[in-house]
Design a protein around this ligand. Structure first.
Ligand code: PMP
Length: 436
């Protein structure tokens, strides 16, 4: 048996953590904008955890709500019984959502929200007598979690290469990334035509066989790829024309990141389903939700085969403690006006971010709301190395950033102050200037 303090039992996920294996870097506490490390240092959170702690860390109201709920009702069997907090949270989410979204289905993560939305899309068509609509369309460089549906529609080849039996009948639109848009502030001008590829896929397979298109309105974890102006509108138009459902995966963009509740509002384009997670509970307790229009909900609930189609749910769907955390989170967003705050700070954020354009190795900078990306020129033969070095150096200098490939991604809690923004970009300037 290894010694009790041996750390090898925990199989940490994903690349950055794996590199820490020999000497794991650990956070032991957090407060507001800062993490505390096990060697007693404060680290400014430039990533809201993993794009999730939108209200910052260890917010007393959320902590207290969890404490209270745990002492009152710990669990209610999801398939047999309701409990008040889940209903209250569903109403609160609906109040925050754009108008057509009247129904909320709870899950426990972004990946589960994606699987749920894909199943709802297929069941919707079947309930309406269009059971042949089974094909799904995702997008290259789209990220939709790590479960089978999500990696099938997702556009990251590395995430699917070990798994032969993915969903069949899936096509991918091209990524919304064009070199001529480099260094654009906000939404790029060029590239609405990329959405036309959807017509080409429809022609290839017959639009009557396609169930849904799923895209992140703004691709987050593959490097902050913004939709060109007119792109989402075009996708919406083609989907409507052919009776295809449009799903926005708002696991990152939902709950204020772009300065509005959801990206659908920000871009003024309404999908048929929205997937969420992360910011719903401020990242504190695992929870996700799928938002559906009344039309979809009603077809799903009353279709001729609904007893077969309906079975879907998780043991922990809308569990009381997560629901209490979600309610306190949404209250915090509202009371502190955090989405408005994100919108107000966005120009300051944009200026600070784009001021880094003259740093060595920077080949693109992208931003929207309180999200940003700095793309670095990769070292020949050693992709990801330069950005990962930036990550380590920033950490040593007291700032948490995230990297994906050779892209630095930033998404601070929405409680960030201008002084923190200065600290983050000041540190990044030092880090980038010192890179090989
Ligand atoms: N969809 C998107 C757009 C995401 O960004 C993520 C997580 N980064 C997921 C789905 C998966 O969420 P989870 O890790 O909670 O399963």
């Amino acid at each position: 048996k290894p010694a009790p303090n041996d750390l090898s039992a925990f199989w940490m996920p994903f690349t950055a953590n794996r590199q820490f294996k020999k000497a794991p870097r650990m956070f032991v506490s957090a407060d507001g904008m800062f993490y505390k490390t096990d060697d007693g240092r404060d680290v400014l959170d430039g990533t809201a955890g993993l794009w999730c702690c939108n209200a910052g860390h260890n917010r007393p109201k959320i902590v207290e709500a969890i404490r209270q709920q745990a002492g009152e009702l710990d669990y209610a069997p999801a398939f047999q019984m309701g409990h008040p907090k889940a209903f209250e949270l569903a109403s609160a989410v609906r109040d925050m959502a754009p108008e057509p979204f009247e129904h909320v289905f709870f899950t426990n993560s972004g990946s589960e929200s994606v699987e749920t939305a894909l199943k709802i899309a297929l069941a919707y068509h079947r309930a309406r007598g269009e059971g042949q609509r089974t094909r799904l369309i995702g997008r290259e460089r789209g990220y939709h979690g790590v479960n089978f549906g999500g990696i099938s529609v997702g556009g990251i080849v590395n995430n699917r290469k070990f798994f032969g039996s993915l969903l069949t009948g899936v096509d991918h639109l091209p990524a919304t990334h064009l070199p001529e848009n480099a260094m654009t502030r906000g939404q790029p001008e060029h590239g609405a035509w990329l959405a036309e590829e959807l017509e080409a896929i429809c022609t290839l397979h017959g639009p009557e066989n396609i169930a849904a298109v799923i895209v992140e309105p703004m691709a987050g974890s593959t490097g902050v790829l913004l939709p060109p102006k007119g792109y989402l509108e075009k996708l919406r138009e083609i989907c409507t024309k052919h009776g295809i459902l449009l799903i926005f995966d708002e696991v990152i963009t939902g709950f204020g990141r772009l300065g509005s509740s959801f990206a659908a509002e920000h871009f003024g384009v309404m999908p048929d389903l929205i997937t969420t997670a992360k910011g719903l509970t401020n990242g504190v307790i695992p929870m996700g939700a799928v938002l559906a229009t009344a039309e979809i909900h009603d077809a799903f609930m009353t279709g001729p085969e609904h007893m077969i189609e309906l079975f879907h749910g998780y043991t922990y769907s809308g569990n009381p403690i997560a629901s209490a955390a979600g309610l306190a989170t949404l209250q915090t967003y509202r009371e502190e006006g955090l989405f408005e705050r994100a919108a107000e700070l966005a120009p300051y954020w944009e200026d600070g971010l784009h001021a880094l354009a003259d740093c060595p190795h920077v080949i693109d900078i992208r931003n929207m709301g309180l999200i940003g990306a700095i793309e670095l020129e990769p070292i020949a033969g050693a992709p990801t190395k330069r950005a990962f070095q930036a990550f380590l150096n920033a950490y040593d200098k007291g700032c948490l950033i995230r990297t994906t490939g050779d892209i630095i991604a930033l998404s601070p809690p929405l409680i960030i102050e201008k002084s923190h923004i200065d600290q983050l970009f000041g540190t990044l300037r030092d880090v980038l200037t010192a890179l090989d």
